[in-house]
Design a binder for this molecule. Structure first.
Ligand code: PGA
Length: 251
């Protein structure tokens, strides 16, 4: 039986005051966790220590939004997996579509970041997903397979035993237009089939979460699908009430 995972991706939002207030509002409902669910908060880098401090003793896990593919050295502005681990970070998002598009991260770089994360003992949350054009031209599954293959070639299927996959259709991110429950379930099942070609047991055990305009209203249906193991939540995670409702809607 797979555990569920809900991760908040705060992106480049917040301030010390905002985060103090948000975490303060989350704690009464989430500090004891939600049964069977891993709850992860991914603040911007400067606020990792603050979130760790504010949530000390609570069942909230720290995650980061990005990682450098290198461990150490002359990489001005970059942050390594070792540094993240030093701050008690346990999860790190790799290959988010905003980084693929805006920072020109390609499959090869994402695969190296995945390796770097695991080498530092972090659990990568590997984001995959197609654009609207790719979906409309019937290539969605192929695009996702290619993104996944880059990581499988670099790390092997066994590496997915300590990783999470996030299916995030680019057209659904921040648009208010989530994938339908069946579109999401179909892709999650297809990702599991792709992995099963390498190792059926890994395919059954890996957590695959959905991201893209998840709200308290659509979360219960999405999370009730057999192959959807939770969500990566952007906009709705910046509002305590919405995020709490989303976390509590995992059955
Ligand atoms: P959204 O973002 O929930 O605001 O669509 C999800 C994500 O980018 O991870």
């Amino acid at each position: 039986m797979r555990r569920a995972l809900i991760a908040a991706n705060w992106k480049m939002h917040g301030s010390r005051d905002f985060i103090r207030e948000l975490v303060g509002q989350l704690l009464p409902s989430l500090s004891n966790g939600v049964n069977g669910v891993d709850l992860v908060l991914c603040p911007p880098f400067p606020y990792l220590a603050q979130v760790a401090e504010l949530s000390r003793g609570a069942e909230l896990i720290l995650g980061a939004q990005n990682i450098c593919s290198e461990h150490e050295g002359a990489f001005t502005g970059e942050i390594s997996g070792r540094m993240l681990a030093d701050f008690k970070v346990r999860y790190v998002i790799v290959g988010h579509s905003e980084r693929r598009k805006l920072m020109a991260e390609n499959d090869a770089l994402v695969a190296r970041k995945f390796v770097a994360a695991q080498a530092s003992g972090l659990i990568p949350v590997l984001c995959v997903g197609e654009t609207l054009d790719e979906r409309n031209s019937g290539n969605a599954a192929q695009v996702v397979e290619q993104q996944l293959s880059a990581v499988l070639e670099g790390s092997g299927v066994e590496a997915l035993r300590s990783a999470v996959i996030a299916y995030e259709p680019v057209w659904a991110i921040g648009t208010g237009c989530s994938a339908s429950t069946s579109q999401a379930q179909d892709m999650h099942a297809s990702i599991r089939r792709m992995i099963a070609e390498h190792d059926p047991e890994v395919a059954q055990s890996v957590q695959i979460v959905y991201g893209g305009s998840v709200t308290p209203d659509n979360a219960p249906d999405l999370f009730s699908q057999p192959d959807i193991d939770g969500g990566l939540i952007g906009g709705a995670s910046l509002n305590a009430e919405s995020f709490i409702r989303i976390c509590q809607s995992v059955s």
